[in-house]
Design a protein. Structure first.
Length: 156
């Protein structure tokens, strides 16, 4: 959809590919921008998009508005979590919270494409939380376990 937006007496042509996609891809006078709306509810975003469509000429755009930075719900980005190296189904978990593990120790098994894959601990340390259970499907790079403290890392 194309909009004409005026900011400080300058008119910009804005084209939005899909208002319901995240991030929203917008082209402002031919320059591509990725915008992450503050609303996490797609229905609320769609309702707001309809309001914008009806009031497109009245809305103003602030190009100097600071970017919204949100915390990632993915614990893998914290640095103290073991992540899934591939998507699949957890078959068996060999560790529990409070246990000490060594780098290279098998902590769980993930089945992917009819093959069982032993997932080994990357760190030696104490496990603070096991985030998955047997039978659960996991995504690539999803956090599996959290470490309370980590020791030496092993790159196996």
């Amino acid at each position: 959809m194309k909009y004409k937006i005026t900011v400080s007496n300058t008119t910009y042509e804005v084209e939005i590919e899909n208002i319901n996609a995240r991030p929203v891809i917008a082209f402002v006078d031919g320059d591509r921008f990725e915008v992450m709306p503050e609303h996490s509810n797609p229905a609320e975003a769609a309702k707001e998009a309809g309001e914008i469509k009806n009031k497109a000429e009245k809305k103003s755009f602030n190009p100097n508005q600071p970017a919204v930075i949100s915390q990632s719900p993915n614990l893998a980005l914290n640095g103290n979590a073991q992540t899934a190296p591939l998507p699949g189904t957890v078959i068996e978990v060999f560790v529990k919270a409070g246990e000490k593990v060594e780098a290279g120790q098998v902590i769980l098994i993930i089945e992917a494409m009819k093959m069982k894959n032993s997932i080994r601990s990357v760190y030696s340390g104490t496990i603070s939380e096991v985030l998955v259970s047997a039978g659960q499907s996991v995504a690539h790079k999803q956090a599996l376990i959290k470490f309370a403290e980590t020791g030496e890392a092993a790159w196996i």
